[in-house]
Design a protein around this ligand. Structure first.
Ligand SMILES: C[S@@+](CC[C@H](N)C(=O)[O-])C[C@H]1O[C@@H](n2cnc3c(N)ncnc32)[C@H](O)[C@@H]1O
Length: 233
């Protein structure tokens, strides 16, 4: 990993999610009415969460899951409802407070929330790691190293998403870069599916791993590709 680019991006993301976008993110992840475009994003995100859950066993009792970049905690709650022991980590202390406040009392003992970096190995080892839209702002090189580091702490699967590189997305980002704005989200980094797959196949960290499943969710402005990395037994 280019430590400088990772740390620089991480600090911008923390600032963005903890301050600039905190209210918008709280609203998007609630039931409050949102504009048409945001409604398509919300629908896409619901679809993605359901797809991720469908790739895990029905019975999750006692399974240790890292929700890496948990945001406001919707996925963590669903996993805890299935009996998983969830460690939910996010850079933003404000989102973590909001996530905690959204967890009904009965589920609290199955979820441990932390504000911090998902790569911190103090959180321990896991059966599954999930990174839903939490790596999409890192460049391809850094994303690969994030996955490599997480792989050393997982015994079964990593499920993560990335923004698949498409011409319209590349154009949108390039045009956006011409008009810098202080409150803009750190840019999403479009990733070539083929190149990412190749880098994973060539990485010495993933010699015992397979990529058995990948799935694109496309709903209005939400386009996100799920990839599953499974450790061979
Ligand atoms: C687009 S949001 C997605 C949140 C959540 N996974 C969801 O789908 O609702 C990305 C989240 O990833 C978090 N994040 C990004 N990099 C992180 C890192 N290195 N460690 C922990 N959290 C991170 C951000 O703070 C932000 O809350």
């Amino acid at each position: 990993m280019d430590a400088i680019s990772y740390l620089d991006r991480r600090s911008k993301l923390q600032d963005y999610f903890d301050r600039t976008a905190n209210d918008a993110w709280a609203k998007l992840t609630s039931d409050a009415p949102v504009s048409g475009i945001r409604a398509t994003v919300r629908a896409g995100r619901d679809q993605m969460r359901n797809t991720i859950i469908s790739r895990l066993p029905e019975e999750l009792s006692g399974k240790r899951i890292l929700d890496a970049g948990c945001g406001t905690g919707a996925l963590a709650l669903e996993l805890a409802n299935k009996g998983a022991l969830v460690t939910a980590v996010d850079l933003s202390p404000n989102l973590i407070e909001l996530a905690k406040s959204r967890i009904p009392e009965g589920n609290r003992r199955n979820i441990k929330f932390h504000s911090g970096d998902m790569l911190d190995d103090a959180y321990g080892e896991f059966d599954y790691v999930i990174g839903m839209d939490s790596m999409i702002h890192y460049c391809a090189k850094d994303m690969l190293v994030v996955l490599e580091k997480l792989s050393s702490r997982v015994s079964e699967k990593i499920l993560f998403t990335f923004a698949p590189s498409t011409l319209p997305l590349e154009v949108m980002i390039r045009v956006g870069r011409l008009f810098p704005r202080k409150d803009r989200a750190p840019f999403i980094e479009p990733i070539s599916h083929t190149k990412l797959h190749k880098s994973i196949n060539q990485s010495p960290w993933f010699v015992d791993w397979e990529t058995p499943f990948t799935h694109l969710v496309s709903s209005g402005f939400y386009k996100s590709q799920l990839m599953e990395l499974t450790k061979q037994s």
